[in-house]
Design a protein around this ligand. Sequence first.
Ligand SMILES: *Cc1c(COP(=O)(O)O)cnc(C)c1O
Length: 393
Amino acid sequence: MRRVYLDHSATTAVRPEVLEAMLPFLKEEAFGNPSSIYSYGREARKAVTEAREKVAKLIGAKPEEIYYTSGGTEADNLALMGVAAAYQERGRHIITSAIEHHAVLDTAQYLGRHGFKVTFVPVTPAGLVQVEDVKRAITDETILISIMHVNNEVGTIQPIREIGQLARERGIIFHTDAVQSVGKLPINVEELNVDLLTASSHKIYGPKGSGCLYVRKGIRIKPLFYGGAQERKRRPGTENVPAIVGFGRAAELAGQEMDSEMERLRRLRDKLIDGVLSRVEDVRLNGDRQQRVATNVNFGFSYIEGESLLLSLDMKGICASSGSACTSGSLDPSHVLLAMGIPHEEAHGSVRMTLGRDNTEADIDYVLEVLPEIVERLRAMSPLNKDNEGEAK
Ligand SMILES: *Cc1c(COP(=O)(O)O)cnc(C)c1O
């Protein structure tokens, strides 16, 4: 059966070029510990250093400002916990948004239970944070603002340059979770006024369990872990050399291909959006049509459960998701859609499709062929559909 993968915001396959770059560092030829002084160690150290240059280049940072982590989740934790611990004498107030990834949201909530005050700024019905709301939330106690660059569920691009500028004027540290924008939007930490930035390797065709936190020179953070001098003591532990090398190669390729690949995916995305909106009734595009990353589509279908739709799509070989992978499996509707003011029932009928390298125009044609039939069939049996009242008894 045909298989169409439309969940690239959940994870991506390691690209062949990335795998090839990684393999020597898993094998006898180059398995060394970067801290060792003999040749194996020096080779591993060199590879880790080269990867750092590649990752730094993709976001306009200096290599020494990149700290490798086990992924986006750890980098988000390090940013929030690290700044909170280092700057608590200055103030104990943190600003973030209601639509952050759980790695930021849950960490902020944890800090909220341990002596910090946290403000979760709201979003517009289109899923955009408003700079004015952030501005209003600032107090003399505010030490950190953390607003994501691109939302993982609805693809909205947040005004982080303006928020960064605001933070800078007020002497507040600014963190952005850029896991969903790295490799998809041009990023320059100088131009965007960012002090801390989270990136993850497996969202850009690198291996899982690898990522980084960019920390601007001069910003203090307390480490989450203790036990070694790796990553200038900010993230001790023997480096995951193969994963770091893969992350570096993936970052390099993402930078080289970004313009043309995002142009291609934007066309496919628009074809998918226009096709579904014209073929299916009572469907909405969740998120902003313009301020949207090239790879994201999120539809709300009235009268059906997103989960049933996902199962039916899966039977046709189409892999999509309801909101974020991290909360699927739970029956709670997405906190992002609820924060956008979408009612519970409609939030339940939402499906996210995220495009990537392997998608072709034929994939979109296939989805447009099977999706309307599935929606029609599910609606015909749905108890949520008012037309079915009486018949279902
Ligand atoms: C996937 C994701 C993360 C978590 O990254 P991991 O490397 O999977 O830990 C954090 N933030 C956003 C926005 C994400 O999409």
